[in-house]
Every structure is written in C-alpha cells, then in structure tokens.
Write a protein that binds this ligand. Sequence first.
Ligand SMILES: Cc1cc2nc3c(=O)[nH]c(=O)nc-3n(C[C@H](O)[C@H](O)[C@H](O)COP(=O)(O)OP(=O)(O)OC[C@H]3O[C@@H](n4cnc5c(N)ncnc54)[C@H](O)[C@@H]3O)c2cc1C
Length: 394
Amino acid sequence: MKDYSGHIGIIGGGIAGLTLGCALLKEDIPTVIFEKMPEETSHGAAISLSMNALRLLDRLDIYNDLKDQSFIHSAASIQGPQNEISSFQTPEVLTTRRQTLMTLLYSKYLNLGGEIHHGYTFDSFDPVKREATFANKEKYTFKHLAACDGIRSSIRDTSFSANQDPKYSGYSAWRGIGKSNLQKIHFALGPDSHIVSYPINKTGDVSFVAVRKEDFQFKESWKEEGSIKDLLDDFFLYDSKIFPVIADSMPLYKWGIYIRPPLQSMICKNITLVGDSAHPMVPFLGQGACMAIEDAYSFAMACRKHVNNFADAQEAYDFVRNKRTKKIQKLSMIQGKIYHMKNSLLVLARNAVMKYTNIPGNDLRRIHDYDAHDEMQTYLSFGDLRVINSGKGP
Ligand SMILES: Cc1cc2nc3c(=O)[nH]c(=O)nc-3n(C[C@H](O)[C@H](O)[C@H](O)COP(=O)(O)OP(=O)(O)OC[C@H]3O[C@@H](n4cnc5c(N)ncnc54)[C@H](O)[C@@H]3O)c2cc1C
C-alpha cells in the first residue's frame, strides 16, 4: 500500500478538492485526493464565477482555457414577472458548464502530477494516528486531512459539530439548460420566487436557475426529476419566454437548497474544512463555489508559508477565511429576501434603487474585488511582524 504519510490527504474531488489539489501542488506540497464517485461522473447544470474566484484560477493557469469555453458578462438586466425594471453594467462574471470547470481543474491537477483515487468513500479519521479509513477498509496515514466533502460532510459531523444535520432552507431550485439568443445575465423577480438566466457559451446554450420559496417535501434525495409543465406550473406568474427552449430529452431537476449553521472554527486538530463542508450557503449571490476556490487557494498559501507547522497554517487560514465566508453566507441569505419581496411598497422601493442607483452594482463589486491572495499574503506578513514585535520572533 502506498505511503502518503508526508501528504495532505484531501477527501472529495469537487471544486474545493480539485482546486486545493492544484494549489498545493503548485506550492510543491505533496497531496492525494480520495473521491467517492467514479471518474466518469457527470456534473450537470451551469455555474457563474466572479472575479474573486477567476483571478485565483488565473494564478493557477486555468482561467484562459476556461474563458475560451465560457461566456464573459459585463451587463445584466432585471425585470418583474412581466416587465423590465432596469439594465446595468456588472463587474466581470464568467458563466460556464460545471463539467467544463471540473474537467479543466481535473486535467490541471493531473498535469501537476496529482494523484486521485476514485470510488473511495471516506469512513473515519483517527487524528492521533493521522489515519483515514475508507469504506473498502483500506487505511492511509496522512500528514494532514483536508475535508472537501461538501455540505453532507461526514468529517464535519464527526469532528466539528455533531447533531447539526443539513436543514432545508425553505427554497427549491429548478436548474436546466436550453437554447435562446440571450446575451447577458437576466434576473426576473417575483413574490417568493426569482429566475436567473445566462448564456454559458457563444453557441446559444442558456442556463437557468428558477428558485421558489416553498415547503416542498423532498421524498428520497435532494433532487427530483420533473417535466417542463411542472416547471411552468411552479412559475405561472412569469412570462414563459423568460425560459430558454428546453429540449424534451433534457432532464430537468428540482433541487432542495440546504444549509448548515456557521461553525465557530473551520479547523480542528489536524483537520481543515474547505468549501461547502465548512460553509454551505444559499446560492443567491453565486458565491458558494467562489468561496470554495478562495478557501482552497488561501489554505495552500498558508501551508506553503508554514510548511513545517501546519497548525500555524490552519490558524492563519481560519482567521482569514472564517470572517469572509460568514459574511458572504449572511449576505447570500439577505439577497434571497431582497429578490423575493412581496410587499408592494417595498417592491417599488427595491425597483427604484435598482433602476436609479448604483447600489446593487457597487455591493457586488465589493464582493468581487476581494483578492484572497493579497488578503492571505498580508495576514501572513503581518502575523510574522506580530511575533517579532511581541518579542517572540527571531
Ligand atoms: C442551485 C445552486 C446553484 C449554484 N450556483 C452557484 C454559482 O452560480 N456560483 C457559485 O460560486 N456557486 C454556486 N452554487 C454553490 C456551489 O455549487 C457549491 O458551493 C460548490 O459546488 C461547493 O463545492 P465543494 O467542492 O465544496 O463541494 P461539492 O461540490 O459538494 O463536492 C464534494 C465532493 O466530495 C465528494 N464526497 C462527499 N462525501 C465523500 C466521502 N465520504 N468520501 C469521498 N468523497 C466524498 C463528493 O462526491 C463530491 O465530489 C450553487 C449551488 C446550488 C445548490
């Protein structure tokens, strides 16, 4: 059996796990990923990524290839269920198929010499022996464990917060891809619901996410297959032309959106949570995957700086990332309330702010302007100074 005792063992090969793998290998830190799904997994639907994530993907040499296969936006429009409210310039946002992003991250990771084991379901971790056990009974020793196993993280359950199962947020989301000539990001806002649509490439593929607040009971899993008629019934208030033309053969799913309460800390012993395992959020600012990318990049920087003492790397990571991700989690929830307003006076006020002020664009710009590289660099330098000033330094 291979010796990984000098490696960071990453559980989960999603956006967080693969980005962390790439970022660590770029810093010459040995790493190995264990993913429960088979190699040929389909990642479905689409995703939007803002500059706070894109500038990190650029530093990992992934951005240019991604850009070639995606759509770059600088404009958006907003309407009510039927009528236009406003059009405005947005900070740059890239939209793409999830499969495209995953394929690029995966090939970058392999090109950097990364190892990934598919079909390995993590079972437990002994932090004293630093030994992980998998469902197939194989055991591996790691120098450190990075939990990138998503919202249903079993590592979070066992080592961070027992009895905090993911909770239905009260929102469900239809997601699908069709054809239309839409050339910008389009929001349609109605009472207790909204629809976001955007092109994901230059060949007319348009993705939509249609969200409703409802007490929907998901029977077996977090998603259920539905028909175009079910979708249009759920959004009967809206002009149906908002949706792209969806082929009958295209599977359509309605997903339950789940959340977990914020954690006190993203680190515990020699385990670090990265991405949704630490801070799943409602998707109304399109920031969940962006936060996973920021986390992964930042943790790799901290590990490089404190390569001989990962406890210090964890402390830096937790200090910088906990603050940022808690804030974005909260803002995402507030955004849902803004989109779904019902009171007609509040709706008028919201629409006036959207039409006559730059407030929405400026709020987004503040989130997108954040540079996780600079933030971590500053903290790592400032941390050193603090040690020297306190007399404990060299
Ligand atoms: C409707 C919707 C729309 C969204 N839109 C956007 C958007 O536009 N922009 C954006 O930034 N974010 C968006 N998000 C959020 C984004 O999808 C997530 O934040 C992101 O996928 C989290 O990545 P992750 O790698 O942390 O977790 P995941 O993607 O969940 O990956 C976890 C990985 O771990 C593996 N795994 C789990 N358990 C185990 C185990 N025991 N052993 C081994 N492997 C395991 C899983 O198979 C998976 O591959 C959206 C979310 C939703 C629900």
